[in-house]
Every structure is written in structure tokens, then in C-alpha cells.
Design a protein around this ligand. Structure first.
Ligand code: UDP
Ligand code: MG
Length: 333
């Protein structure tokens, strides 16, 4: 008994950081606090498959990603009421990818759980993630059992995209896996060491490796407001995913070029031989035009692909920081 209390006193509790990017989430944040309260008070220690997780210190790092609503005021209030709620406010909207990195930079925990501010990532799944972390996994990611209220087209496109991404790159980016995940301190530091400005976090999480484990969860519908990811934004993210983790499009361009060149060469020999044997009746204007147009189109495509990569080189060579933090816990930085 004596020994037990001794270790209780001497052994420091481990800390779990909850990293939450927030863009125009003023209304949702209060509901989020309510949802997190039982977890943070260690009143949610049983997982739904009956395992018990340890007692932890909790810290919440909310990143205000240049919100236009009252998010910052709400965060000030949360921090004043409970200093386990920390916040970082970025100088403008840098996007969710940058906001997540900012959160990881400011998280001090032994592990961090990244979750959305809109309650689409259920807090009930977190004890299960922690249980897997205790079991020795470094990167425990949430896998959506269903995708919630989403249009048929969006679902289809997303699945097709992951199939494409998987075949284009060497890393394993999984479908139905988002940014909801628990990262061990080693993974946090690994992700933090990747300072590229054109970020595609799902790819980065896959790239760092470590022991991974999935935890299934049900996506809830957004609690407040609207999704800020339009089709256009998703398309840009999709291009980002492919170009930042694979050079396959460049290879496809060269392969296409090689095939056309080879085919034209064969055709050239064929034409020469035919002309020698049968003479040269001039014809084939339509064929000529179609071939010129086809090749012109292919060339423009290839230049476009090369351009995508050059654009990325251009952005990265500027070596700009991924985000600029403006305020940390009421202090200007
Ligand atoms: N978010 C952000 N910066 C942005 C856009 C979104 O930090 O520029 C946050 C947002 O507050 C939320 C999370 O990223 O916590 C997911 O955003 P959203 O719910 O709009 O996307 P979806 O659920 O449709 O993927
Ligand atoms: Mg959402």
C-alpha cells in the first residue's frame, strides 16, 4: 500500500494533448467543450469493448485559423475559465493542414489526438485510441465506418481518388481515413520535422511510418455551421496529394511521349515503303489535322504536369514558414 502511494506521487501522470483546428467555429466550440469535459476529468476511462485506460492529464490546443467570427473571443473565454484549454491564433486563414501543424507545434503532451472542432470526430472513440496507444501503437488512426451525410457523387469521387493515389505513390494512403488520429510523441516530432508548405497531412502521416493501428468510428453530422471544403477545395487537395507524394504523372508524360514517338517512327517507315512501292498520291488532310491536334493536346498536358511540379518547387524554395502565429494564450508572439 505504502509503495503504491509512493509511486502515485513520484510517477508523473502522462499528458494527452487534444489538437483542434478551428475555422469559424465560434458556436460549435462551447458544445465541443461540453463533449470533452468527461474525458478531461478522467470520467471516460472505459472503452466500449470493455478495456480500461489510465488516468491522464489533458490539455486542449485549439488553433484559431484566422476565423472571421467570434472564435477568438470564445477561445479567450475558454482559456480564462480553464487553463487546460490553450489556444494559438494564426495571423490569417492558412488552411486546415497548416493549422494542424501549428497545433502539433504547441502541444506538450506525450501523445496528441487531432480532431475536428465540429464534433464530427466522436469523443467516445478517443479512449479506444488511448487504449491502443497503451498497447504499444504509435499512430492510431480513426477509420470511418460510414461517411455520414454526404452526397453520392462526393463519396464515389473520394473512393476513386484513393484508388488512384494508392497506385500512383509508394505510400499507403487509406480511404475513409481522415485526420482524426492519435500520435505518439515520436510521431508528433516526426511530422513536425516535415516543414513543407504544400502539405498533404494524410500522406505525411503515412510517410513517417511507425506502428499503426485503426480504430473504427461513426461520423456524426456537422454540429454547427457548414463544411468549408467545397468541391474546388477538395480538388485542389487531391492534386496536392498526388503531386506532393508521387512523380508518377511526370513518368506518365514521358511514357506517353515515348509511345507516340515510337508509333510515329513505325508509321514513317510504313509511309516511306508505301511511297516507294505505290508512288505518292497526296491525301489524308483530315488525318494530318487530327494527329497535329492530338499531339498538341498531349504536349500541353505534359507541359501542364511539368508546370505543377515547377510551381511546387517554386513555392518550397521560398522557404516560407507554414503559418504565422499571432497570439498564444492571450500573449502576442
Ligand atoms: N478548418 C480549419 N481551417 C480551414 C478550414 C477548416 O482549421 O481553413 C477546420 C474546421 O474548423 C474543422 C476542420 O478543419 O475543425 C474540418 O473542417 P470541415 O468540417 O469544414 O471539413 P469537413 O468535415 O467537411 O471535412
Ligand atoms: Mg467537418
Amino acid at each position: 500500500m505504502m509503495m503504491h502511494t509512493m509511486t502515485d506521487i513520484t510517477q508523473k501522470r502522462r499528458k494527452v494533448s487534444l489538437v483542434i483546428p478551428a475555422y469559424n467555429e465560434g458556436r460549435g466550440l462551447l458544445r465541443l467543450r461540453e463533449a470533452l469535459q468527461p474525458l478531461m476529468d478522467n470520467n471516460m476511462r472505459l472503452t466500449d469493448d470493455g478495456r480500461e485506460v489510465g488516468v491522464y492529464d489533458y490539455e486542449v490546443v485549439i488553433v484559431n485559423d484566422g476565423s472571421r467570427d467570434d472564435t477568438l473571443e470564445v477561445l479567450r473565454g475558454l482559456h480564462a475559465a480553464d487553463d487546460r484549454f490553450c489556444y494559438v491564433s494564426l495571423s490569417r486563414n492558412f488552411g486546415k493542414e497548416a493549422a494542424m501543424l501549428a497545433g502539433l507545434d504547441y502541444a506538450t503532451g506525450d501523445c496528441a489526438v487531432i480532431l475536428d472542432a465540429d464534433l464530427q470526430h466522436p469523443v467516445d472513440a478517443i479512449p479506444r485510441m488511448i487504449a491502443e496507444w497503451e498497447a504499444g501503437y504509435d499512430d492510431v488512426y480513426g477509420r470511418r465506418a460510414t461517411r455520414g451525410r454526404e452526397s453520392w457523387l462526393r463519396k464515389r469521387m473520394s473512393l476513386a481518388y484513393y484508388r488512384l493515389l494508392q497506385s500512383a505513390s509508394t505510400i499507403d494512403v487509406l480511404p475513409n481515413v481522415g485526420d482524426f488520429r492519435l500520435l505518439d510523441r515520436r510521431c508528433i516530432d516526426a511530422v513536425r520535422s516535415l516543414r513543407e508548405t504544400q502539405r498533404y497531412s494524410k500522406g505525411l502521416f503515412a510517410w513517417i511510418g511507425y506502428r499503426k493501428k485503426d480504430v473504427e468510428f461513426l461520423t456524426a453530422d456537422r454540429a454547427e455551421g457548414m463544411s468549408s471544403f467545397s468541391y474546388m477545395r477538395l480538388f485542389n487537395l487531391a492534386v496536392e496529394g498526388i503531386t506532393s507524394h508521387s512523380t508518377a504523372p511526370l513518368r506518365i508524360a514521358s511514357v506517353l511521349g515515348f509511345i507516340t514517338a515510337f508509333a510515329s517512327f513505325l508509321y514513317l517507315i510504313f509511309t516511306v515503303v508505301r511511297t516507294l512501292i505505290y508512288g505518292d498520291p497526296v491525301a489524308g488532310y483530315p488525318t494530318l489535322i487530327s494527329v497535329i491536334l492530338l499531339l498538341g493536346g498531349l504536349q500541353l498536358c505534359a507541359i501542364g504536369i511539368v508546370g505543377e511540379y515547377i510551381g511546387r518547387i517554386f513555392m518550397e524554395t521560398k522557404r516560407r514558414p507554414v503559418y504565422i502565429a499571432d497570439i498564444y494564450n492571450d500573449r502576442k508572439i
